[in-house]
Design a protein around this ligand. Structure first.
Ligand SMILES: [Fe+2]
Ligand SMILES: [Fe+2]
Length: 190
């Protein structure tokens, strides 16, 4: 049990991974070769998968705890930011990497997510550390790790981002997302 990372360590680690992918995406901006463009598309898919799994885990497991024990206002604000970013992800998913709108949507996504990460880490997570004890943070961490393995991988902006509707839509949505990913090779390293 001592090996278990707490929920904040896990979520912040996810944030660093996303920022790293954003950094690489920025270096590929204006990519000219076909290889660079396909790397861009691939990275955008990977960042989408990671963001969706991370966000749904937060909505189902973390924000309800924040809402009841830390700050209902902070939980609500975070849900609103997720909803906005999920719309951006869905628009982005429909675009080719060489479409003129792709750069704009990607820039919007990066701006939204960087801002959201800052809010979470500077406010919500800091307040969680003050209010929740170490055991609770570790137990929540274990749940988040398990949940991410079965979470959806595609944006579903039509599903309200509250815990109950997310869970009700969850099994069907994740299975369908994962079957589509398998069929198309999306998110694989090849
Ligand atoms: Fe987060
Ligand atoms: Fe979040």
């Amino acid at each position: 049990m001592s090996e278990q990372r707490d929920v904040i360590e896990i979520l912040e680690h996810d944030h660093r991974e996303v920022e790293e992918m954003f950094g690489e995406l920025e270096t590929l901006k204006g990519a000219a070769t076909e290889e660079e463009q396909s790397r861009r598309k691939k990275l955008t898919e990977q960042v989408t998968i990671e963001l969706v799994r991370h966000s749904v885990a937060e909505e189902v497991l973390v924000y309800p705890r924040v809402e009841s024990k830390v700050s209902a206002e902070e939980a609500e604000h975070a849900r609103e930011e997720h909803a906005e970013a999920e719309e951006t992800l869905q628009r982005l998913e429909k675009l080719d990497a060489d479409s003129p709108d792709f750069d704009d949507e990607l820039a919007t996504l990066m701006k939204e997510i960087r801002h959201h990460i800052e809010d979470e880490e500077d406010q919500m997570f800091a307040h969680m550390r003050q209010v929740l004890d170490a055991d609770e943070l570790r137990t929540l961490g274990a749940s988040v790790e398990a949940f991410k393995k079965v979470a959806p991988t595609r944006p579903h902006p039509n599903v309200p981002n509250e815990a109950l509707p997310r869970m009700a839509a969850g099994p069907a949505a994740s299975l369908f997302d994962r079957m589509r990913d398998l069929a198309t090779g999306r998110g694989s390293d090849g």
